[in-house]
Design a binder for this molecule. Sequence first.
Ligand code: NDP
Length: 481
Amino acid sequence: MAKAVVDKTDGQPQPVNKNGVPLFKQSVTERDRELDNEVVYEFQGPVGVCAMMLGFPSLMYYFWVCLEYHQGKLITPSSFSLEGLSQFFWQELWAKIKVGAYPTALAVKIYMGYVLFSFILAYIMPGPVVEGLALPSLKGKKLKYLCNGLSAWYATLVTAAVVHITGIFRLTLIIDNFGGIMTTAILWGFTMTTLVYICSVINGTQHRMSGNFFYDYFMGAVLNPRIGHVDLKMWAETRVPWPVLFFLSVSCALKQYELKGFVSGPIAFMVLAHFLYVNACQKGEECIPTSWDIFYEKDGFMLIFWNMAGVPFTYCYASIYLMKYELTTGQTITHSLPYTVGLFVTLLAAYYIFDTGNSQKNRFRMEQNGSFMVRNAFPQLPYGHIKNPSYIKTEHGNLLLTDGWWGVVRKPHYTADLIMAMSWGLITGFGSFLPYFYFCFFVFVLTHRVSRDMNRCAKKYGKDWDRYCERVPYIFIPYVF
Ligand code: NDP
């Protein structure tokens, strides 16, 4: 029997699926249209986004110098006089970047080769077709998404193994050319943002424009850019950042094996951590078309740069630190067995909550949307799909899940994601801040995302949202926050 707690009914019988979830023929409401068109200056507006567009790449280069030449130590000018600052900038940073992070022909071939390869796979590989949510900007139309992430991912893994083993392309070249590949990714992030922006202006597909060029460049102009049937936003979100991150770690592991004849616990940990993440994105790709990024966020610098360059080349610091430390000192970072095992257990436990948490909510929403499908993508974890869940029905028509992990806190998947991020830092020990950069940055990203999301949901669901917050009062940790 369904545990559904229906706070508001219109007295009409409603069709339910065999799991007890009401099917909701979604139509776009006037409120949805208003929210979809509302321009709100995020990130302190144009000044804030300009600072981020300059600051992100600069910070990436600064961190790169620290990792590449100083074993992850954060370097500072010897003096803060004009002369000291100029010497620091030109000699300590620029001279090294110019040589070590130059986008050589090989670096461009490696990065752009992968980008092109992943795009071709997104175009041709088989997979189920899933409908997204009804879009207010398209008068309620639902776009179709070919979810071939899993077949493309397996094809990528097989191809990588073949080219490495046959010697056509040794994967260790990735870590050997890290600086140049990062620069290529940064340049491509700006190039792709510009191309998508220009095309949307030419095609007249701009949406929710603020009128300030810099802000619109950052947030994006177009909502759903496509080449043929490939949705560029979804492709960029799943197919580039996470596989590149994974192959960076694999490259470190292979390099260590070549040099030392073994793979250390911490590096094996990072390969596993990145494998779990990339695999989760591909195996659950059919859940992405109904997500906030696809439904609401536009395709601008924020998403494009971050996916093409930011995620792979900053979330990898734990692996890069372990490798560069070994290359420059000759010493391998290892820990006691209980510490290492403890972190493996923490990673796997957090991954379990992350995977099943995302799965519980996304499957629930897909059931309601009528787009639920059974997939046997590895691994299917128990508790990823709740039978006869409890929920709150909103006046809007959408249901808010209050069962499983979603009955415990409002953002269980964020908490789990943060624990995983912390474990990526802890596995490197305490020799450098840089492996913890991802965790610190992620705290900022997720808390900012939570406040944006909560504001949006409060406007969208009104008093139903208040009732939901009363039912599930804590956001991240029960009885704490
Ligand atoms: P969520 O999965 O939290 O999606 C938010 C939306 O879900 C809300 O706007 C609302 O949409 C709906 N919703 C919220 N609560 C409920 C509920 N109880 N029942 C049903 N629907 C609900 O957001 P994200 O897309 O930010 O996160 C997805 C995953 O991606 C997370 O695991 C996150 O950690 C990860 N992530 C990782 C990043 C990284 O850089 N590593 C960056 C960002 C996210 P509606 O208005 O349609 O009801």
